[in-house]
Every structure is written in structure tokens, then in C-alpha cells.
Design a protein around this ligand. Structure first.
Ligand code: F6R
Length: 272
């Protein structure tokens, strides 16, 4: 990916949910986000000897991952001392299924840089149902044993979900206490995923394993990517609407000092 000529955001906002950097297009925002994350990884690995990073999937981070891979190929970034934890995985799904998030991560990132296989963690959508809760507990335990997440990178759903923490009418305190677990996917999420599953919503797995909002908010820093006009409404609500589990991304306002948003002008259309 080419470094964009304009290396600064076109607008910058301070919001309750953190600093928002607005770029004229998604490609530019992705390149700058990749440069920022690469710099954080370099700093962490040189000062602490390691970096523990949470990662998203979906359409949004594809260019961002290209940016990281380009930096690795240019000799500017190594994942030798990086451990990653993906946010979520469909359930049930085989890790070998091309639509699994394990496959996605292999294609877009893991196979293209120097991360050790036992440092690149994705929840396993093929765990037998009676052992799912134990698998989710172990995932939390691995993150904790690694010293917690230094950095969490997020996308945001059209319905405001983060990870697969879907809109819910529980209290925001209850939502903030959620940890890695099995969840049901919201109809909007299944509709949005249908294209990846042969255009049929009924082919989308009904459930997912996801880090909880509590797991995400515990990260020492958070980078959120949001591109396109279909994210505009959720973005505006998340940044400055009321804090509520009905819009999970709004809970980022409770840790706003640790969050930086990289967004494009289309996603920022509803921001004042
Ligand atoms: C995926 C994830 C989701 C996505 C969100 C946006 O790992 O955690 O929250 O970030 O659904 O998806 P895209 O980027 O496809 O619009």
C-alpha cells in the first residue's frame, strides 16, 4: 500500500469516546492507522520485550492489514515478539472453512508476516458445545497470563456492535462486565454477513464466540476503524450519544481517554 501523500487527518475531534481522526477516504485512514499501530508495536516490543494485541476481522481492516504486511515486507515491522488475540469467531464453524475468522486472519495477516503460530490466537468455532464455556474461560486466562491486551483494534457494526457484543437491553454496568462467551448473532449482523455465505442469511452461523465488552475495555489502548456511510449513524451515537448497551460501541465513552478513532468522511457524515 502506498503511503498517502496527505499524512494528516482532514479533521480532528475530541469526543467523550476519545480522539477522532477523520480522513478523506478509507485507504488513507487505513494507512495512517497501520503506521500508528506499527509504531505502538515497535515501542512496546523494544521497551517491554513483547506486545499483546487484540484484532478484528471483517471488511473494514483489510487495507489496514495490507499496511501492516507492507511494513513487515519493507523490514520496518516484526511480529516476532507480538501475541495476538482475535475478537471473535462464528459458531459453529470449522477453522478450515474459508469463511471462518481463523481462515480470514491466515489470509490477510498471519501467513504474510513472522508471527509464531502459537502466538496467533483465534477462538475455535469447532469446540464441542459442552466445552464452549471452558474454551472461553481459557481464552480470558491466556490473555491474562500474557499480561492483558496492550492494544485492541476494533471495527464497529452497523448496529453499533463491537466484537460480536450485540445491542442488548441489559444495564451498561452489566454489559461492561461481560467476558468472552457464546452469543447469538443479531439479524442485522447476519444480514450483513450473508454476502460472505453465498448471499443467504440462513447460511450464516447463528452464533458466535466473542470477547466481552469487559475484555475489550480492559485493553490499555484502543484503536477503532470505521468507514463508509452505513456506519455514520452508529458512529455518531457511539461518540456522543447516551452510554447504553443498546449501542455497545457507546460504552467506549467509559474509557474515552484510551481510545483513538480512525474514520473516513462518509462515516463521519453525522458528526457535528
Ligand atoms: C469482527 C468484529 C465485528 C466487525 C464489525 C464490522 O471481528 O469484531 O465487530 O468489526 O461487524 O464489520 P465490517 O468491517 O465487515 O463492516
Amino acid at each position: 500500500m502506498q503511503e498517502p501523500k496527505l499524512a494528516v487527518p482532514s479533521r480532528r475531534l475530541e469526543t467523550p469516546a476519545g480522539e477522532v481522526l477523520i480522513f478523506s477516504n478509507a485507504e488513507q485512514a487505513s494507512a495512517i492507522a497501520a503506521a500508528r499501530v506499527a509504531a505502538i508495536i515497535r515501542l512496546l516490543t523494544s521497551t517491554n520485550g513483547k506486545a499483546v494485541v487484540g484484532l478484528p476481522t471483517g471488511g473494514t481492516p483489510v487495507e489496514f492489514y495490507k499496511g501492516l504486511v507492507a511494513k513487515h515486507r519493507a523490514g520496518e515491522l516484526s511480529f516476532r515478539d507480538v501475541t495476538t488475540y482475535n475478537l471473535d469467531e462464528y459458531y459453529p464453524i470449522s477453522p478450515c472453512d474459508p469463511q471462518s475468522y481463523r481462515s480470514y486472519m491466515h489470509r490477510h495477516l498471519f501467513a504474510n508476516l513472522d508471527i509464531a503460530p502459537n502466538h496467533a490466537h483465534v477462538l475455535d468455532g469447532s469446540v464441542p458445545e459442552p466445552f464452549v464455556a471452558e474454551h472461553c474461560r481459557m481464552y480470558e486466562h491466556w490473555i491474562e497470563a500474557d499480561g492483558g491486551l496492550d492494544l485492541q483494534v476494533l471495527g464497529i457494526g452497523r448496529n453499533g456492535h463491537i466484537g460480536f457484543n450485540e445491542p442488548s437491553d441489559v444495564s451498561s454496568d452489566e454489559a461492561r462486565a461481560t467476558r468472552t462467551r457464546l452469543v447469538s448473532l443479531h439479524p442485522v449482523t447476519r444480514a450483513d454477513a450473508a454476502l460472505d455465505f453465498g448471499g443467504e442469511e440462513r447460511n450464516v452461523p447463528p452464533h458466535a464466540l466473542t470477547m466481552g465488552i469487559g475484555t475489550i475495555l480492559a485493553a490499555r489502548s484502543i484503536v477503532v476503524l470505521a468507514f463508509g456511510s452505513n456506519k455514520a449513524q452508529a458512529l455518531a451515537g457511539a461518540l456522543s450519544g447516551s452510554v447504553s448497551a443498546t449501542l455497545p460501541a457507546s460504552l467506549l465513552q467509559t474509557v474515552g481517554g484510551r481510545v483513538t478513532w480512525f474514520v473516513d468522511e462518509s462515516a463521519a457524515a453525522d458528526l457535528k
